[in-house]
Every structure is written in structure tokens, then in C-alpha cells.
Design a protein. Structure first.
Length: 364
């Protein structure tokens, strides 16, 4: 078993007692070993590439530009867009859109542009403006585009926008909106587009009332003299028509007959239900429901007018206060409108237009 004292004593008797040089050599060797150890540790901690290799870096921060790789399948900009109001109507054509932008990268996003357009030709986006007077770092141009100067590393920004829409012959449905974004990151231009749906546009109902003596194809519908003559009956045909965009329900169209004009009990009905309130002289057409895209809905009613002497040289009304009502099944709002009155001048009769002035019987 190793005995340090005995080995040291033997070495002393054998070497150190005879000469000083072995002592000097051993002491120098010990200091040399300690010196080499200190040098090795110094090199390792302060300049390790000498020992390990030229590519070794310890505790040196890596720049984001050096390590970040843009993945187009998972782009650095995350966008979320949600409409706060679910429907639009004729009295409210502005939708609020909440836009949330997230920079999920370790780099700054610069010159961010967002453009919003409608894909449907019957619905257009007229203007985009912020809910607040202005938003720091956001600029609005060309009515439907906004520019954000920059988004810092992992920055989140929320913007509340007002989108003003205009539509024609469109209702009861949503439209697709195209969202185009482009921005610069790591000196690269990134472009992307997505599709979101607009709020639902309230259904539209249009109604028409026409009075004819002669049909558009030249067929004679009425009876009696044209122009009307005092004391002689002249028969006309009144037609109610409705057109809708989007589903509607509980449709009612009415018109009031003035004195001297009477319902002959003849009518033509393709859809819905017809009734005549003789006490109130009211023509009523009802339809429980009209689906989007239905057309050709029409009611025809024969009316008889007998002019009086007090009406000579005038063009009296044949029907007055024409109104229509319906309900939007989505919003529950009432859709309504008025048409007004139709007189003996028959504005929709191409053959007898403006021939409605009452004549005295002596003139014929």
C-alpha cells in the first residue's frame, strides 16, 4: 500500500541529501504543472476557439436576422378580423370591423398595408375610416386601404374600423370581402390575401302598382270610353307586383279605392290570398312568404270608374294610398314602402297614357 511518508524519506535520502538540483527540478516541475493548468483554464474561458475550433462561440448572442427563417405557410403576421354588428340595413350601412394584428416574429414588420374590397358586384365598399378620429401610426388612403408604419417584435395592435357599404339589388345574404395584406420583413416583401364574410344585408322588398286599359302587347283589357265620359263606366285593370332580394315573410300590399271607383268582383291571382274590404274600400293582397329569387308574383283586379260632372277636365285618382309591408326573417325588422296614387292618365299604359281627362257627354 502506498506510503507517502516512506516514499518521501527514501527520495530524500537517495536524491535530496546528496545534491540541491533534484529539489530545484521537482519544485520547477510543480510550478510548471500549475502554470500550464492556469494557461489552459484562461484559454478555455477567454478564447476557447484556440482549443475547440474556429467555429465555436460561447455565450455570444445570436442576432434574430441570423437565425429567423420566414415560413410562408406560417407567416410572421397574424391577422384576426371580426365584425361587431351582424346585419346591415338601409338606415344603417356602416359595419364595425375589429382588426387584431400580431407580429409573431423576432423582427420588426414595416410598411404594412391592408386593403379591403368586395368580391360581389352588387355590394361595394365605399369608405373605411377609424372609429376614433385618428390612430397613431395608421394612415388611411384610397377609401379602402390603410397603412401601418411598423409593428415591433411580438407587438399586438387592435384597430376598430368603420366600413361603409353600398348595395343594389342585393339582400338577405352575406358577401365575400377580400383582405389583401403586404409588408416588409427581413428586407423581403410578403403578400397574402384572405376572404371574410360581410354582415348579412337585410332583405329588400320592392313593389309596383300599374293601371292598364290596354296591355303592353296591345291586348285590350278594359271596357268603356277613353278618355272617360261623365256618366259612362270605364273599366281598368289594376296590377300589384312584388320583387324581393332575400327571403321575406308576412307580405301585405294594400290600396284604397276613392268614391266613384268600385271593385267589379273580377280578379286574377297567381300567388297568395286576395280580399276586398268593402266597408273601407280597401284592396288587400297577402303572401305568407317569398323566397329569394322568386319572381312573377302578381295580383290583377278589375276596377270600374263612373265620372261625375264635378270631375270634368280633371284626371281623378283610380286608387290611392298604396302601401306594402313585410318582415325580414333574420333581423325581424319590418320592411315597408309607399307607392302613392294612380289617376286616369294611366302613366304605365303605353297606348292610352295622358288620355285620362274627364269629358262631358255632350262632347261625344
Amino acid at each position: 500500500m502506498f506510503n507517502f511518508r516512506r516514499r518521501a524519506k527514501n527520495r530524500w535520502l537517495k536524491y535530496y541529501s546528496k545534491s540541491r538540483w533534484p529539489i530545484i527540478v521537482d519544485i520547477a516541475s510543480v510550478f510548471t504543472v500549475f502554470g500550464l493548468l492556469v494557461l489552459f483554464l484562461s484559454l478555455y474561458f477567454y478564447n476557447p476557439q484556440i482549443l475547440i475550433g474556429p467555429n465555436y462561440q460561447k455565450d455570444k448572442p445570436i442576432k434574430p436576422d441570423d437565425s429567423y427563417v420566414i415560413d410562408l405557410d406560417n407567416p410572421p403576421l397574424e391577422t384576426k378580423m371580426v365584425f361587431k354588428n351582424l346585419s346591415l340595413n338601409e338606415s344603417n350601412r356602416v359595419a364595425q370591423l375589429e382588426v387584431e394584428l400580431n407580429n409573431n416574429s423576432p423582427l420588426e414588420i414595416k410598411d404594412l398595408k391592408i386593403r379591403i374590397t368586395s368580391v360581389n358586384n352588387n355590394l361595394s365598399l365605399r369608405d373605411i375610416y377609424p372609429e376614433l378620429d385618428e390612430i397613431e401610426g395608421v394612415k388611411f388612403i384610397n377609401n379602402n386601404e390603410l397603412i401601418i408604419n411598423s409593428l415591433n417584435t411580438e407587438e399586438q395592435k387592435k384597430i376598430l374600423l368603420n366600413l361603409q357599404f353600398f348595395w343594389s339589388d342585393f339582400g338577405g345574404k352575406k358577401a365575400n370581402l377580400k383582405i389583401e395584406t403586404e409588408y416588409i420583413i427581413k428586407d423581403q416583401l410578403i403578400k397574402k390575401f384572405t376572404i371574410i364574410e360581410s354582415p348579412i344585408i337585410e332583405s329588400q322588398l320592392e313593389a309596383r302598382a300599374i293601371m292598364l286599359y290596354t296591355g303592353n302587347n296591345g291586348d285590350k283589357l278594359g271596357l268603356g270610353p277613353i278618355p272617360p265620359i261623365v256618366g259612362l263606366p270605364t273599366n281598368y285593370w289594376l296590377f300589384f307586383e312584388v320583387n324581393n332580394f332575400g327571403d321575406v315573410k308576412n307580405v301585405i300590399m294594400t290600396g284604397h279605392l276613392p268614391l266613384g271607383v268600385n271593385f267589379t268582383d273580377r280578379h286574377s291571382l297567381l300567388d297568395g290570398g286576395f280580399s276586398y274590404d268593402s266597408d273601407n274600400r280597401l284592396i288587400i293582397w297577402r303572401l305568407d312568404e317569398i323566397k329569394d329569387g322568386e319572381d312573377g308574383l302578381r295580383l290583377g283586379v278589375e276596377l270600374q270608374f263612373i265620372p261625375e260632372e264635378s270631375q270634368i277636365n280633371s284626371s281623378p285618382n283610380l286608387i290611392e294610398n298604396i302601401e306594402y309591408f313585410a318582415k325580414d326573417p333574420y333581423s325581424g325588422r319590418t320592411l315597408s314602402g309607399t307607392i302613392g296614387s294612380i289617376n286616369t292618365n294611366l302613366p304605365d299604359d303605353r297606348f292610352n297614357k295622358n288620355l285620362g281627362e274627364i269629358k262631358a257627354s255632350e262632347e261625344y
